[in-house]
Design a protein around this ligand. Structure first.
Ligand code: NAD
Ligand code: UDP
Ligand code: UDP
Length: 320
């Protein structure tokens, strides 16, 4: 029996992408009315195909850099390519989706008095010289480099959220997401976890950029989505910005070795040039999320990798 007083109309932009698909699944499970908006730039119809039969799910092909007039109670603004090769492919489009997309979604939230959660990123810290990174750290970002379209775009989106909050009393939630992985990542996504798993499964060389001593902290998607939902449900005085990620820190070489062992692959490690401005280290300080959400990641790297390896193994079998 559905309780109509608790059913919310929820817009998920970028809903056919990796995180968007998990979020739509979760919101539907909770009985909400979900509108997924995506222009399929990096997301795919395949990701959300299994949701199309659900009468509470709706998909709209739309580019959020253009205005959108719909009636909703909550907005999760995820639309933006997230992998370096994809956001650097058309950097101007990346800044546009981050900035114009945020303006449109904030304008929409303002008109319909919806609550809005902005998917921000650990990239706002750039190449951090404070470790681990607390939310109070202002970051070390190159404003004119190849990653700047994404980093500065996301920083500007945060600025817009706080200005709409101060100027128009908008209810905002800003989540700074640290490297998250799992099923529904695109097979050619280019980010490190999916790249290494797909390379290991295909028996191809594992491409380590630089010497592999740079670190990242990897969060499994289900943990992240739990953090999103809890953040959205906090009282209006909690706006963030809030780090969401798994503090377990690994070098990229360690990650490659773990994946090789878990897949049982004979792939070789090959070392390639390090892309410019590649951050040396990254690890979230999640004390604020622990305090406000009573949240911490539950899934270890090996558990999460196992689920992701299974996903790509099946995917590659079906798409030979
Ligand atoms: P993704 O590339 O799989 O998903 C992004 C989605 O946005 C795709 O479905 C894409 O088609 C859509 N999109 C892009 N431009 C659009 C536009 N102009 N209009 C409508 N839709 C558009 O990436 P993801 O990992 O699922 O990331 C989702 C969000 O989370 C992004 O905003 C990203 O910046 C943020 N984020 C993700 C991570 C991570 O580790 N996964 C880390 C930090 C931040
Ligand atoms: N907007 C939208 N959907 C809405 C309301 C607004 O896409 O339901 C867009 C609109 O195109 C505008 C932007 O959001 O450019 C910002 O709206 P806001 O009301 O803040 O600014 P204004 O319309 O005054 O420029
Ligand atoms: N990386 C790598 N090989 C790959 C893909 C990425 O060594 O095939 C490295 C990349 O240089 C970076 C780290 O892995 O140091 C994480 O890269 P990713 O693109 O996943 O995310 P981000 O750099 O945005 O954290």
């Amino acid at each position: 029996m559905r309780h109509y007083d608790t059913v919310k109309r929820i817009l998920v932009t970028g809903g056919a992408g990796f995180l968007g698909t998990h979020l739509c699944e979760r919101l539907l499970k909770e009985g909400h009315d979900v509108l997924c908006v995506d222009n399929f730039y990096t997301g795919s119809k395949r990701n959300i195909a299994h949701l199309l039969d659900n009468p509470m799910f709706e998909i709209m092909r739309h580019d959020v850099t253009f205005p959108l007039y719909v009636e909703v109670d909550e907005i999760y603004n995820l639309a933006c390519p997230a992998a370096p090769i994809h956001y650097q492919f058309d950097p101007v489009a990346t800044t546009k989706v981050s900035v114009h997309g945020a303006i449109n979604m904030l304008g929409l939230a303002k008109r319909v008095k919806a609550k809005i959660l902005q998917a921000s990123t650990s990239e706002v810290y750039g190449d951090p010289d404070i470790h681990p990174q607390p939310e109070s750290y202002w970051g070390n970002v190159n404003p004119i480099g190849p990653r700047s379209c994404y980093d500065e775009g996301k920083r500007c989106a945060e600025t817009l959220c706080y200005d709409y909050h101060r100027q128009h009393n908008l209810r905002i939630k800003v989540a700074r997401i640290f490297n998250t992985y799992g099923p529904y990542m695109h097979v050619n996504d280019g980010r490190v976890v999916s790249n290494f798993i797909v390379q290991a499964l295909r028996g191809e060389d594992i491409t380590i950029y630089g010497d592999g001593s740079q670190t990242r902290s990897f969060c499994y998607c289900d943990d992240l989505i739990e953090g999103f939902i809890r953040l959205m449900n906090t009282s209006d005085d909690v706006t963030g910005p809030m780090n969401l990620g798994n503090p377990g820190e690994f070098t990229i070489k360690e990650l490659a070795e773990i994946i090789l062992e878990m897949v049982g692959s004979k792939s070789k490690l090959v070392f390639m040039p390090l892309p410019s401005d590649d951050p040396r280290q990254r690890k979230p300080d999640i004390s604020f999320a622990k305090e406000k959400l009573d949240w911490a990641p539950q899934i270890s790297l090996r558990e999460g990798l196992m689920k992701t390896i299974d996903y790509f193994r099946n995917y590659l079998k079906e798409n030979l």
